[in-house]
Design a protein around this ligand. Structure first.
Ligand code: GTP
Ligand code: MG
Length: 314
């Protein structure tokens, strides 16, 4: 059953949207029921992951994308995972948009979250928010993550298209290649192309892609583009390439498949989260007995007993 707050959120009330999403983020009982209602409406948004080392220009690029998407009538949701400076960056983007057109803000929702994955992995919050924003009618959803191993691989599991931002002057292009960060992009955007050194980075990435040693996801050959997020050059081309990738996925039934994968992952993470909470509580409550039984060598018996307690609590 839809309640008043959810109805208002679905009608575009910004405050209601924010409250609904907060409930979902914290997985409250209400939040999970909102999520259920929104999941019935979701499945339309094109989701884009943007990754790259700190300072690569992810946030700057995202504000360009917001501008371009909203100009063509889209509603844009942005989720920033572990931003280095969440508040200033959020308001930085807000200000950039505000400067251009106040009404744009109505079609944009930006939220930052910490990647406090309960089991060290990806946070269930990011997936839940993606599902919810999709259901609320945001048809372009952007997820920003700092390129750091596991998070990147996880971003792939929830987004349709991954943009890896590479910048000149870091001297670690080859390192990045070796570390596998280069293997995850559907699009490689060489940012800060206003700097002459960008040319060499472009060549290095192109060489890597053409080398034949990379595994292409879904047989899509990754594209390389030069952009300058700051000067807003190459943005149209990036947007067009992303549309092309979305279309490529649609034609192969992969657009829908990615959404299914995302939902499976979401339920897995929610289940793990619940198990984790119950397990932690039981361990805490039994710590005395646990120590005693371990000392006496009853490890197997102890596990069976705790397992039953977990089962009872679920
Ligand atoms: N010269 C130049 N500078 C840029 C460009 N894009 C971004 N920058 C600058 O690079 C710095 C970092 O940009 P951000 O957008 O904050 O980078 P980020 O990747 O979001 O950084 P974190 O969120 O800290 O990981 C800022 O000072 C930007 O102004 C560009 O195209 N050219
Ligand atoms: Mg940023």
């Amino acid at each position: 059953m839809k309640d008043d707050l959810l109805n208002r959120a679905l009608n575009g009330d910004e405050l209601a949207i924010s409250k609904v999403l907060t409930n979902i983020e914290y997985a409250t009982e209400k939040g999970l029921s909102y999520l259920g209602e929104l999941a019935k409406l979701s499945g339309k948004a094109h989701t884009v992951g943007i990754t790259g080392i700190p300072g690569a220009g992810k946030s700057t690029l995202i504000s360009d994308l917001i501008e371009s998407y909203t100009a063509s009538g889209h509603r844009v949701g942005v989720i920033m995972i572990d931003p280095s400076s969440p508040i200033s960056m959020g308001s930085f983007m807000g200000n950039r948009i505000r400067m251009q057109d106040k009404t744009l803000l109505k079609n944009v929702f930006i939220r930052s979250i910490a990647s406090r994955g309960h089991l060290g992995g990806f946070s269930s919050e990011a997936i839940m928010l993606t599902e919810a924003l999709d259901g609320l009618g945001y048809d372009r959803i952007i997820v920003e993550t700092v390129g750091a191993g596991q998070t990147d691989t996880d971003v792939m599991s929830i987004t349709h298209s991954v943009v890896v931002l590479v910048i000149p002057g870091t001297g670690d292009e080859i390192q990045a290649l070796k570390a596998g960060i280069m293997e995850i992009g559907d699009v490689y955007a060489i940012n800060k192309a206003d700097k002459p050194e960008a040319e060499a980075v472009y060549d290095a990435v192109k060489f890597a892609i053409d080398s034949g040693e990379m595994i292409f996801r879904d047989e899509w050959k990754p594209r390389i583009l030069k952009v300058s997020a700051l000067r807003k050059t190459g943005i149209d081309e990036l947007v067009n390439t992303l549309e092309e990738h979305a279309e490529y996925l649609r034609q192969r039934g992969l657009f829908e498949q990615r959404i299914k994968n995302r939902r499976t992952k979401m339920v897995e993470l929610l289940l793990r989260r619940r198990l984790y909470d119950v397990t932690s509580k039981i361990i805490e409550n039994n710590s005395e007995e646990i120590n005693e039984l371990v000392r006496e060598g009853y490890i197997n018996e102890l596990l069976t007993k705790l397992y039953h307690e977990v089962k009872e609590k679920l």
